[in-house]
Design a protein around this ligand. Structure first.
Ligand code: 5GP
Length: 204
C-alpha cells in the first residue's frame, strides 16, 4: 500500500544537461506529466507553444503575477519563467507525478511550499561535457553560453539542497530515464508517505 497520490518532482540541471531529451522520454509514461511553465523567452527552433513552454509577452507575464496565477516565478539570464498553479492542480490527486523543470531558486521555493516535493539534479558527467553540449546546440550566442555556464557553476553551490543526483551520460539517456523512475518508485515506498498504514494493516 504505497502512496497513491502523484509526486511533485522538481528536476534541475543546466542547459545541456540532457533534461529535455530525458524528461520527454519520462513523460511518455502516462503516470507522469510535465508542468508547462510560462516564459518570456523566445522559442528555440523546434520548441512548441503549449508543449515546451507557454511563450508569452512580458505584459502577459506581469498579468499572471498580478492575478496570483504562479506557484513561483523567477528571472533567469534575462527572461522570466513561472510555474502556473493550473499546471499542477488536480494532477497529483489523480496519481500523476508532475515534473517541474526549474532552476535552483524555483526549486527552493517549491520545496518550501511543498515539503513533500522531491528535488533531483540532472547533470552531465562533467564541466567539459556541459560546455561541449551547450556549444553543440548552436542555438545561443557566445555571450549567452558564457552566462549559462557561469549560472550553472553558481547553481551547483546549492547542490546539497537536493535529494538525488542523476548523471546523463553521453548517448545514454535511457539510463537517466530509468534512474528517475526508480527514484519515484522508491519515494512512493517511503514509510513517511504512507497514511495510517498500521491501522489499515491491522484492520483488514
Ligand atoms: P531554458 O531557457 O533553458 O528553457 O530554461 C532556463 C532555466 O529556467 C532552466 O534552468 C529551467 O529549468 C528554468 N525554468 C523553466 N521554467 C521555469 C519555471 O517555471 N520556474 C523556474 N523557477 N525556473 C524555470
Amino acid at each position: 500500500m504505497t502512496e497513491s497520490k502523484g509526486l511533485l518532482l522538481v528536476v534541475s540541471g543546466p542547459a545541456g544537461s540532457g533534461k529535455s531529451t530525458v524528461l520527454a522520454e519520462v513523460v511518455k509514461d502516462e503516470a507522469f506529466a510535465y508542468s508547462v511553465s510560462a516564459t518570456t523567452r523566445q522559442p528555440r527552433p523546434g520548441e512548441i507553444n503549449g508543449v515546451n513552454y507557454h511563450f508569452i509577452t512580458r505584459e502577459q507575464f506581469e498579468e499572471h503575477v498580478k492575478n496570483g496565477d504562479f506557484v513561483e516565478y523567477t528571472e533567469y539570464v534575462g527572461n522570466c519563467y513561472g510555474t502556473l498553479y493550473s499546471e499542477i492542480k488536480g494532477k497529483t490527486d489523480e496519481g500523476i507525478n508532475v515534473i517541474l523543470e526549474l532552476e535552483v531558486q524555483g526549486a527552493e521555493n517549491v520545496k518550501r511550499m511543498f515539503p513533500d516535493a522531491v528535488l533531483v539534479w540532472l547533470l552531465p558527467p562533467n564541466y567539459t561535457t556541459l560546455e561541449q553540449r551547450l556549444r553543440g546546440r548552436g542555438t545561443e550566442t557566445d555571450d549567452v553560453i558564457t552566462k549559462r555556464m557561469n549560472t550553472a557553476v553558481k547553481e551547483l553551490g546549492k547542490f546539497s539542497l537536493y535529494d538525488y543526483v542523476v548523471i546523463s551520460e553521453n548517448g545514454k539517456p535511457d539510463d537517466a530515464v530509468r534512474s528517475i523512475k526508480e527514484i519515484v518508485n522508491a519515494e512512493k515506498h517511503k514509510v513517511s508517505r504512507t497514511n495510517n498504514f498500521v491501522d489499515n494493516f491491522l484492520n483488514n
